[in-house]
Design a protein around this ligand. Structure first.
Ligand code: SF4
Length: 70
């Protein structure tokens, strides 16, 4: 089973916290910098700790894990 993080664009305020000042490989700001987006990558497992921290720290509760399983 693989899983990936998702960001609810209706909840994200664009605070940029999850992008870690641009250092995050997983979380990036969108083109107009109004909201964060998840960068596409084949396997998010190696970023589990960062993603869990982002979920815990997002002030809007906009980030969650989503399982790829149907
Ligand atoms: S920490 Fe949450 S509210 Fe802030 S940019 Fe990331 S997803 Fe959006």
């Amino acid at each position: 089973m693989s899983k990936k993080p998702i960001i609810d664009p209706d909840l994200c305020t664009g605070c940029t916290l999850c992008t870690n000042g641009g250092d995050s490989q997983v979380f990036k700001m969108n083109d107009d910098e109004s909201a964060a987006v998840v960068a596409p990558m084949p396997n998010y497992d190696e970023h589990t700790d960062e993603i869990n921290d982002a979920i815990d720290n997002c002030p809007s509760g906009a980030i969650a894990w989503k399982s790829d399983e149907a």
